[in-house]
Design a protein. Structure first.
Length: 302
């Protein structure tokens, strides 16, 4: 075989291999491009999903704060304001913010003390749009709930609307660090601190939308009163107690002043009430008290 024929065969072989490599390169390049698209767009979608979740969490919390202050009409506006702060504006055509009070789904569905926020955003892709969708919709959901306080309560004023359901007056010194003092009233002056009382408790609270007034000189309320979802009336389904079924501890009003020392009051009926203006310390033993008025303006009550 002549050299010319061998060269011709070699060149023909080269041409054949080149024809096979080009399609293979095109397929490999497309696969690589798809992989890069998955990495780049997938990372961007994940990042946007995390941002949306943060916005939903903040918005749900903002909504429950309005519930806590009895501003139910502001729940939606406050929630959407927080999503906007976190980069998701409901006015944007690519973004939809849904606020439900009560939530429409989940374990808190139908709970008026819960707020559900759903953030939906259309995210445009970059490389992925060459082989797949031009955009994708991300969705984040958050639910926040205001729960009634369940800690031990040592003083619970039951009226839900009256002024001054709990009044700390004078130089009273009350120390109950293991339990709470709660007024269920939502009046702006549900709790009043007059004079220079000093009260220490696990918590001091008034009903949602309520408030307290402090006109004292040197008043020390620890902690300061806050709005709470108050515990339910524990006696709502019980009949009023019959005074004749309990021991009468006093047939007339009891008064204690600076002249009196330590004393323990026992459960029972106190006709005429109890007035403490000084002295002590005074301890109230656990049990049911039927008191025709309780006034503490001084002394030490444990």
């Amino acid at each position: 075989m002549s050299p010319f024929i061998r060269i011709a065969l070699t060149e023909a072989g080269l041409v054949t291999r080149r024809g096979a490599i080009l399609p293979l390169f095109a397929v490999t390049f497309a696969a690589l491009l798809l992989f890069l698209g998955l990495v780049a767009d997938g990372g961007m979608i994940y990042f946007e999903r995390r941002r949306a979740q943060v916005a939903a969490d903040a918005a749900a919390y903002a909504g429950t704060l309005e519930l806590l202050h009895n501003n139910n009409a502001w729940v939606t506006a406050s929630a959407k304001a927080d999503t906007k702060i976190n980069g998701f504006d409901d006015d944007d055509t690519d973004i939809v913010i849904t606020v439900n009070n009560p939530p429409l789904s989940g374990s808190a569905a139908g709970n008026p003390n819960a707020v559900e926020v759903i953030v939906e955003s259309t995210v445009k892709t970059t490389l992925m749009q060459l082989v797949a969708n031009e955009s994708t919709v991300i969705r984040a959901r958050a639910v926040a709930t205001v729960r009634p306080d369940s800690a031990p309560v040592c003083i619970l004023a039951l009226n839900e609307s009256a002024e001054g359901t709990i009044i700390f007056n004078g130089t009273i010194d009350m120390n109950v660090p293991d339990c709470e003092i709660i007024a269920r009233s939502n009046h702006v002056q549900a709790i009043e601190a007059l004079g220079g009382p000093c009260v220490t408790a696990r918590a001091i609270g008034y009903g949602t939308g309520g408030g307290y007034i402090d006109t004292g000189n040197g008043t020390c309320l620890d902690p300061l009163p806050l709005g709470v979802i108050p515990p339910v009336d524990p006696y709502a389904n019980l009949p009023a107690p019959d005074p004749t079924a309990y021991t009468v501890q006093s047939a007339s009003r009891i008064q204690r002043t600076n002249a009196n020392g330590a004393e323990t009051f026992l459960p029972g009926v106190y006709n005429g009430g109890i007035k403490i203006t000084g002295g002590g310390p005074y301890t109230f033993a656990p049990g049911l008290y039927i008191v025709d008025g309780l006034q503490i303006t001084g002394g030490s009550v444990l």
